[in-house]
Design a protein. Sequence first.
Length: 312
Amino acid sequence: MSCKICQSNKAKVIRNKLRYDVKRDVLKCEDCGFVYLADFGKIDFYQGEEYRKNYGPNLNKISSCQEIFDTYLPFQAEMIKEIESALRPDSKVLDLGCSTGHFLAALKDKVGLRVGLELNQAQVLFIRERLDFKVYDQPIEAVEIVEGPFDVITSFQVLEHIKDPLKFLQAAAKNLKPGGYLYIEVPNLNDALLSVYKIKGYEDFYYREPHLSYFDERSFKKLLDQAGFEGEIKTVQRYNIFNHLNWLLTGQPQGEFSQGNNDPVLVQSHEVNEEVKDDLNKFIKSVNENYKELLNKHKLGENLSFLGKRFN
């Protein structure tokens, strides 16, 4: 199986096991550094219920669409902040892999038109029944989206799931207006938990069956170049310092998404003096913000992000 980015056949096996002890070789291209699964196995996770049985915001239960929506919606402001410079009141926005529509729901009254694309039929039905924007349920490579072209196309934690990421990006490009923006986030292979702290439990958790591709900055840039995009690549750290301390101390994930993404709090008791409580909580919040800034300075955040335009 050749590299999807540089077509090289020179690759080495860096792992032979994924999350949940799934046996699968993970390869690293010796020419461009792209990391990918040797055998994709089953790739239609998203059209049925199997995906959310094993992968969701709460590791201890299967989350309903409403629970997924309610879990992620409070955290969308940080996503929107990343693309504020590209948004206008009349912008047309397409979100690829929109899940339960939480990002587009958060964009309500901020842009002119919102359209989603999602392959999971339960989530598509949830959007059509409960939200106020149109959603398509076919792959971007095959569907005709009549509302296009778009001023902004977004895709959060999707590209790593795609069998052919170059074709995915090329299809996205066809739905962009001239001068339109693409914003993408993918997991970062140089995440500090992998590259600095080298936590084995996190490595065993990080590589998983639905993630077919794994990017560092070099391979991500090469792919975007091939797809005809130029712009800024940086990292984004959203999980808080408590999440990293939990991994360092236990080698295990926290049970719920919100635990790792809320602002950390040291004192919750109402019986503690308010001044003491406020000072301690302001302290840990400042530490958390400084920690995230430090990780991003060294491009060690959990996600790689790209904001840019087509150059051809």
